[in-house]
Ligand binder design. Structure first.
Ligand SMILES: *C/C=C(C)/C=C/C=C(C)/C=C/C1=C(C)CCCC1(C)C
Length: 248
């Protein structure tokens, strides 16, 4: 019952928040904003509904996956409006979204491990600080508060630090003690942080470092990246939860 109410209010959200304007059939970036908006809503509903199909220890992970996509859905409604009405890059909305959703993804790493084994809390804090540094400097570079190249380098160092913590640090120590399905989920999520996340700095390079600011390719690349890194990321967790039930 409760989840039905949550879902109804989610589906009703666009009535209050949508600001679309006219979508031009040649505006591929605008169309990608629409596609990702719809996909985020669908993924949100899916993860919340699937909570009831998994065992207790996985439920919080699915809730967080739903929240990540729900927060993104909300911001996409506005980002889409900014793009369609002004043709400008919705940098502020983009970074507010990331500031909420990236730390939640770091919570996911901690949770899937904590559900099945003992894991040092320092894992979460290191990932959290790494994410903040990466995003704060990325924002300063994009908003023109700092020169784009040094901001980019510091952001990349923070990203590499997070990969290091996941691959060699507390994360690796904990995951070695878990079941096959958790190990698979952890490794796939780690690869998403490496390969899927690499799409973002690529967008930044195209948008801010290669001479002219091409806001079309920047937004197209960021939209694709969000699709992969929020929805696929949640699907990996959902799959691990389903497999874990079958083998248990
Ligand atoms: C759901 C949103 C996600 C997963 C956003 C992730 C964003 C990044 C991995 C951004 C990375 C960046 C760098 C590594 C260098 C500086 C520029 C950034 C912020 C685009």
């Amino acid at each position: 019952m409760k989840s039905i109410l949550i879902l109804c209010s989610l589906v009703a959200t666009p009535i209050f928040a949508a600001s679309g304007g006219d979508l031009d059939a040649n505006d591929y970036v605008g169309i990608s904003f629409w596609l990702v908006t719809a996909a985020m809503l669908a993924a949100t509903v899916f993860f919340f509904m699937e909570r009831s199909s998994v065992e207790g220890k996985w439920k919080t992970s699915l809730t967080i996956a739903g929240l990540i996509c729900g927060i993104a859905f909300w911001h996409y409604l506005y980002m889409r409006g900014v793009w369609i009405e002004t043709g400008e890059t919705p940098t502020v909305f983009r970074y507010i979204d990331w500031l909420l959703t990236v730390p939640l993804q770091m919570v996911e790493f901690y949770l899937i491990l904590a559900a099945v084994t003992v894991v040092a809390a320092s894992l979460f804090w290191k990932l959290f600080v790494g994410a903040l540094v990466m995003l704060i400097f990325g924002y300063m570079g994009e908003a023109g508060l700092m020169s784009p190249l040094p901001a980019f380098i510091i952001g990349c160092l923070a990203w590499l630090y997070m990969i290091y913590v996941l691959w060699f640090g507390e994360g690796k120590t904990a995951v070695n003690k878990t079941s096959a399905s958790v190990q698979t989920a952890y490794n796939t999520m780690m690869w998403i942080i490496i390969v899927g996340w690499a799409i973002y700095p690529a967008g930044y390079v195209f948008g801010y470092l290669l001479g002219t600011v091409d806001s079309s390719s920047l937004n197209l690349i960021y939209n694709l990246a969000d699709f992969v890194n929020k929805i696929l990321f949640g699907v990996v967790i959902w799959k691990a939860a389903i497999d874990d039930k079958q083998t248990a």
